[in-house]
Design a binder for this molecule. Structure first.
Ligand code: ADP
Ligand code: MG
Length: 692
């Protein structure tokens, strides 16, 4: 058998790895039987880097050197609001990199966020290799649907540093839909409702045989289980303050322990009507006297606290429904994803909103990794033959240079004048079931773009600012065509979750009683119950179809509009939000001065007409322009989003037909030269758990 392709759900809170083989999809547990690998990295005083469960425990001992939730920040500029917020909340230190990105400072060294994620991916890889007994170097990694260019690129870079060839970046909801629907041959419209630790996303998809089309996606990057923990922690802190006249919120280490206790209480209340807890030595008062926390909470009280917070999720659902052009009750099924959807309150609210019971036979913790594994297998086995393969091939035809962090690329063509043209998107012809569900025609050609010269001075005649385009609604699909070729394929049934819940969620013997060991102690603090011994080391989770099913065809959309700076400070959208990918758009650029040899175009992502309100992605630099009078050069610049949602740009001199050289610099991007260094550092510091 060829080398397996790992399907990796690289989560904000937890990561999961799965593989698909000819028989089944296997979620790969670590040697203690845990399937969830906490996305936490701790820098030990002895120089080792500890990842996963032991690292999560170290949050309680050594908060300043224990890094978590970096997915919230990956690919974000240091100066962004998210980073500012994180700096005030996280106990570890963040600093600014040369290129405007974020670095984590721990034990007098600095790490890019791609490196931190690479440590998590390295652990994921180690778990998979230990379980499979062979080397694993290929992966499909999932990301939230609303991740922008920088975030996708930084995730790919993380994979590369961890020694993984990332075959595809896949959207999490699409992966969940794949795990649910691949091989079923059904035609239905579903919602994927994903409430994890830090973020909420909802995605509406249409499934037709092996075709998975995203109709709309929306999300809130600050809504998740962590927020519920914060509400509980607040109450605990108030109770502690009232009892001891000591505010644990001003003591970072105590507050970490308090939050961990809050999360534990919340999870208990999923199964119990009420919970009592006692945390010994939560903090130390005057004279070093130890202060304990005693706290009780009912599920009813938790639900009263969480309801207003969760209401926000349904505002987001409304937005997605509007874009998809459907009503919640018109959906055929709702898939719950993410640990927080285990809460009974979430079940009830989802049921009320969608008017149907969410599917019960899907494990919200692992379904995303399972979908990634299916996609990985499809990519590995049938790239050349499948329609999926054709998509890849077509992309290869049209997109030579790929702009991503790993390739600060040089390459392309020339610079023309300012008549804009749109090339039709080069996506594959729709398969039979899609024939009746064509998207609306592409928007009319946008107005001419001009460009800024390197100094920022404006070139050419500024066009009148176009009106902000209305949100492009996606029509609800008309009836499906009959005769779907794969409809009679055998089903791909989802079995019920493993009989024993993930031991990581069982906080039965949650023991806060031990006094915190000094931060130099290498022994991790026991935080939850020891896992039940594994009886079946090979957990085969799903059945697979007994006959081969065509590989999936994923028709995804881009979650954010891609734009260019036109008149200084303004942005013209060239690839609109919710456009199907892969796609490409062309703009013609020209010089604004005689003998101008270089042109710089700023590229951003977001919905605002003002550049500064969007996420600046970077700059495209057209260099070595032939000398000539102002306006004589005509450079056709093609912006392409591939199936990963990764941007590439190519440029061509229309007069000579010559490829014009282009340089792309992503904000906060990792320099090509930095990769080897990061890989070497990772391998030197990565600490496999004792006995592994
Ligand atoms: P992410 O996608 O952010 O990595 P997960 O899907 O792993 O996150 O979900 C983690 C969140 O789920 C945490 O906030 C955790 O407290 C919450 N969670 C896990 N199990 C339960 C449970 N049984 N009841 C309530 N919340 C839970
Ligand atoms: Mg998740």
């Amino acid at each position: 058998m060829s080398e397996p392709v790992l399907g990796i759900d690289l989560g904000t809170t937890n990561s999961v790895v799965a593989i698909a083989d000819d028989q089944a999809i296997h979620v790969l547990p670590d040697e203690d039987g845990y399937r969830l690998i906490p996305s936490v990295v701790s820098f030990h005083p002895n120089g080792d880097v500890i990842v996963g469960r032991s690292a999560r425990d170290r949050r309680l001992l050594d908060a300043p050197n224990t890094v978590y939730s970096v997915k919230r920040l990956i690919g974000r500029p240091f100066q962004s609001e998210e980073v500012r917020r994180a700096r005030s909340r996280f106990a570890f230190e963040l600093t600014e990199s040369h290129s405007g990105g974020v670095l984590v400072a721990a034990r007098s060294e600095s790490y890019t966020l791609s490196e931190i994620s690479a440590f998590v991916l390295r652990e994921v890889r180690r778990v998979a290799e230990a379980r499979l007994g062979e080397s694993c170097t290929k992966a499909v990694i999932t990301v939230p649907a609303n991740f922008n260019e920088l975030q996708r690129s930084a995730t790919k870079a993380a994979g590369r540093v961890a020694g993984l060839d990332v075959l595809r970046i896949l959207n999490e909801p699409t992966a969940a839909a794949l795990a649910y629907g691949y091989g079923r041959g059904s035609r239905e419209r579903i919602a994927v409702f994903d409430l994890g630790g830090g973020t909420f996303d909802v995605t509406i998809l249409e499934l037709a045989g092996e075709v998975f089309e995203v109709l709309a996606t929306a999300g809130d990057t600050y809504l998740g289980g962590d927020d519920i923990d914060s509400l509980v922690a607040e109450q605990m802190a108030e109770a502690f303050l009232a009892h001891h006249r000591y505010d644990p919120r001003n003591d970072r280490q105590a507050y970490e322990r308090l939050r961990a206790a809050a999360e534990w209480a919340k999870c208990q209340l999923t199964n119990e009507p009420e919970v009592q807890l006692r945390v010994e030595e939560l903090a130390y008062g005057p004279g070093g006297v130890s202060l304990d926390l005693t706290f009780g909470l009912t599920r009813q009280a938790l639900e009263a606290m969480a309801t207003p917070l969760l209401a926000r999720a349904f505002d987001v659902c409304e937005e997605a429904m509007r874009v998809a052009g459907v009503r919640p009750t018109q959906l055929d099924n709702v898939i719950l994803v993410g640990g927080s959807t285990r809460m009974p309150l979430v079940h009830r609210l989802v049921e009320e909103y969608f008017g149907k019971t969410p599917l019960a036979d899907i494990d919200p913790d692992v379904v995303v990794a399972q979908g990634a594994a299916i996609q990985g297998k499809a990519l590995a086995t049938s790239r050349a033959k499948s329609r999926l393969g054709k998509v890849a091939l077509r992309r290869a035809e049209i997109a030579q240079p790929r702009i991503s962090i790993e390739e600060v690329s040089t390459g392309l063509a020339q610079d023309p004048r300012s008549a804009a043209s749109d090339k039709p998107s080069k996506r594959p012809p729709p398969p039979p079931p899609r024939a009746a569900t064509a998207r609306p025609a592409p928007p009319p050609p946008p107005p001419v773009a001009t460009m800024a010269k390197p100094s920022g001075q404006q070139l050419g005649l500024p066009p009148p600012l176009p009106e902000a385009p209305p949100l492009e609604p996606i029509r609800p699909s008309p009836a499906f065509a009959v005769g779907t070729p794969s409809l009679d394929m055998p089903g791909f049934d989802l079995p019920s979750p493993e009989p024993s819940a993930d031991p990581g969620l069982d906080f039965g013997a949650f023991d806060f009683g031990a006094p915190p060991a000094p931060p130099t102690d290498f022994e991790p603090l026991t935080f939850d119950a020891p896992p039940a011994p594994l009886t079946a080391p090979e957990p085969v989770v799903y059945d697979v179809p007994s006959e081969p099913v065509a590989p999936p065809l994923l028709l995804d959309v881009t979650p954010l509009s891609l734009g260019l700076e036109t008149v200084a400070g303004y942005c013209e959208h060239i690839i609109k939000r919710n456009s199907a990918i892969p796609t490409e758009q062309v703009r013609i650029f020209s010089t604004g001065m005689d003998d101008q040899s270089e042109v710089v175009v700023r590229v951003c992502q977001g919905e605002s007409r003002r550049l500064e309100e969007n996420q600046l992605l970077g700059e495209v630099q057209l260099t070595d322009l032939p000398p000539g009078a102002r306006g004589s050069a005509q450079i056709e610049v093609t912006f392409m989003l591939d199936a990963d949602g990764t941007l590439s740009v190519r440029a061509m001199d229309l007069k000579s037909g010559r490829q014009q050289s282009i340089r792309i610099q992503l904000v906060g991007g990792v320099d090509e030269s930095g990769f080897e260094e990061m890989q070497a550092r990772l391998e030197a510091k990565f600490a496999a758990p004792p006995g592994a």
